[in-house]
Design a protein. Structure first.
Length: 233
């Protein structure tokens, strides 16, 4: 009896590898077959994302530019507390943006700015106002005979400048047009500071003009004989 017991082969263990791996592979196969469309879609999305990522330009980083720290009116003289530095994506930086607040302290705004707007040369009273104007154009300030006309004007509008007659004189002929379709570069809006030296009669508008027109405009403006006619351009 003892010899017959010792000659029996040991029973296979329930935890043996081959016996357990079969059901696992079967379940995995069934899982893949049931969800093969979902898995195929995920693989396609992954491949598409990888392809798009490869075509995108490399990230060029951020650039720090000057923006307005609050809503600012046209005519405001900039102080350091009116401005702040903001980091933006290099691809989104407008050409000509300023990078240091010190570059703008004391400059006068030609256009109103909303909080967070970048400062540009075209935002300032100065040479930047003539960006895009015909070569040789100059900026000339004009005091119209009717100060109320200034309240109707905004930068970008076009006006004809007509020379009027002094008080008491009857016109002897057709009015003299000093400039036609002159673009308005700057004008004081409601709540804006006056143009430097404007005083109480500070109805001033700055126009872009050809050099040959500028002298006549300045002389007529000083005599208070300038009339502005808003045109459709």
């Amino acid at each position: 009896m003892a010899s017959s017991r010792s000659s029996r082969a040991p029973a296979p263990s329930a935890r043996s590898g081959p016996a357990q791996s079969g059901p696992v592979r079967s379940r995995l196969r069934r899982f893949v077959l049931r969800r093969r469309r979902l898995l195929a879609a995920l693989l396609c999305c992954t491949a598409a994302g990888t392809g798009v990522q490869a075509l995108l330009p490399p990230d060029s980083g951020e650039v720090r530019i000057v923006v307005s720290a609050a809503d600012l009116p046209a005519g405001a003289v900039l102080r350091e507390h009116d401005l702040k530095i903001l980091a933006v994506a290099a691809a989104a930086v407008p050409p000509g943006s300023f990078t240091a607040v010190a570059q703008l302290s004391g400059e006068r705004l030609a256009t109103p700015l909303k909080q967070g707007s970048p400062l540009m040369p075209t935002s300032l009273v100065g040479a930047g106002l003539l960006t895009g104007a015909p070569p040789g154009s100059v900026a000339v300030s004009v005091r119209p005979a009717d100060p109320a006309m200034v309240q109707l004007l905004r930068p970008g509008q076009l006006v004809d400048v007509v020379l009027g007659q002094p008080d008491g004189f009857q016109p002897s002929g057709p009015p003299t047009v000093l400039a036609a379709d002159a673009p308005v570069l700057w004008t004081a809006e409601d709540g804006a500071e006056a143009w430097p030296g404007a005083g109480e009669s500070g109805a001033v508008v700055v126009l872009a003009a050809a050099p040959g027109e500028a002298a006549a405009l300045a002389a007529a403006s000083g005599a208070g004989q300038v009339h502005l006619i808003l045109t459709g351009g």
